[in-house]
Every structure is written in C-alpha cells, then in structure tokens.
Design a protein around this ligand. Structure first.
Ligand code: SF4
Ligand code: SF4
Length: 205
C-alpha cells in the first residue's frame, strides 16, 4: 500500500474513534480532568508502528524526523511516552495530539468484548463523571477496542505488532525514511517488514 494512503487509512480509523468517543463522552458525562496526563507516564505505553505512521510522515515532512527518531531511540526502555511534555501545551501534555496512538484515544473510557462477545465498559480510574446535560438520550455503546484494532490490522498486518510507544515511534520513523528514500522507488510494502532491513538500508545508503 502507498505510504500516504496507509497514513490516510489510519487517520480515518482515528476519526471514527474520535466520533464514537465524543458521542459516548457526551452521553455518559465521563471526561479526563483538565491537565491530567498520568497515562502518558505509565511504565509501558503500548502502540504499533502502523499507529504512528501518520505522525512519522508529518515529522519527516517538517524536517524533524531525525531528531524525533533520536529522542525516541533514547527513550526506549524508559517509562512513559517521549511525546509527553510536563508543561502542558495547547492540547494538554501531548506534543502530537492530532497524531496520538490508538491507546491514547481509548484509554480514558471505552468498551472491550469479553469471551462471549458482550461489551464490557472500562474506564481509567482518573476520569471524572459530570451529569450528562439535559436532552441527551440513551447511552450509546462505548467505542470497542477490538473493532478498531481489527480495522488497523486490516490496513497493514505486518506493521501491527504492539510494542512500547517509544520503540514504535522510532521504527515508524525508520520505516517512513526507508520508504521515502530513493531505494524504495514506489514499490509496494513486501510485508513482514523487519527492522534489520531498514538498518541495512541505512548502512548501505
Ligand atoms: S502520544 Fe501523546 S497522548 Fe499518547 S502517550 Fe504519548 S504523550 Fe500521551
Ligand atoms: S486517560 Fe486517565 S490518566 Fe489519561 S488523561 Fe485521562 S484521566 Fe488522566
């Protein structure tokens, strides 16, 4: 799949997550307290390379790819996300809010399917609940984690392995650099992208 088409497909999934989350938030009254970013500092924030392809493309387009790669590489094995800033920026603590990963969009509140396919609502212990405004109808189903994971998986299974967000960001930046490079020459993703081939390409280039 073409790299930009891949990024667009991921962002469409994110848009749908946002829409489902907004509907559920408005009906349930659940929300993250202003300024909270505890989840971004968790020992292991999980994401896949694919989830960070749109961000990696944007960073390379801004000329910030190499610096971001180095920061992500240095942060592997450290707790928390390298995109977190202690001083809140416009959208809170996340410096790349528009491109944040799937878990960042669902961690506050969502639903997961149990073994029998029943929806089990789950919520971060730090979220707050305010009374839903009058006129809000019945509670819609929460956004279901597995639905969005499957949609992402269908876009590119070989980039869907979950790892730490810092490692995923580094690898997404490598992957995009490799595919934007002249050696790739517009070829399709062969699948099963191994990190070693990006490293080999970088050494050979
Ligand atoms: S990408 Fe942003 S929202 Fe997600 S963990 Fe990192 S700082 Fe937090
Ligand atoms: S998901 Fe939880 S920890 Fe993260 S910002 Fe929202 S309330 Fe805070």
């Amino acid at each position: 799949m073409d790299l930009r088409e891949m990024a667009r497909a991921v962002m469409i999934v994110y848009r749908d997550v946002e829409e489902a989350t907004r509907r559920y938030r408005e009906a349930s009254g659940l929300s993250c307290p202003r300024g909270c970013g505890v989840c971004c500092l968790a020992p292991f924030v999980e994401a896949s390379i694919l989830e960070l392809i749109p961000l990696a493309l944007a960073l390379h387009a801004r000329g910030e790819g190499d610096a971001a790669r180095e920061r992500a590489h240095q942060a592997i094995g450290e707790p928390g996300c390298v995109l977190y800033r202690p001083e809140p920026v416009t959208t809170g603590h996340c410096t790349e809010y528009a491109y944040r990963a799937l878990v960042c969009r669902l961690y506050g509140f969502c639903g997961r399917l149990d073994k029998r396919g029943r929806v089990e609502p789950i919520a971060c212990p730090h979220v707050v609940r305010t009374p839903a405004p009058p006129g809000v109808g019945s509670l819609p189903p929460p956004p279901i984690v597995q639905h969005y994971r499957i949609r992402l998986h269908c876009i590119c299974p070989s980039l869907g392995h979950l790892t730490s967000i810092n490692e995923a960001l580094r690898d997404a930046l490598d992957y995009v650099a490799l595919r934007l490079g002249p050696a790739w020459n517009g070829r399709e993703d062969p699948g099963g992208w191994p990190r070693a081939s990006a490293r080999g390409y970088r050494r050979a280039a």
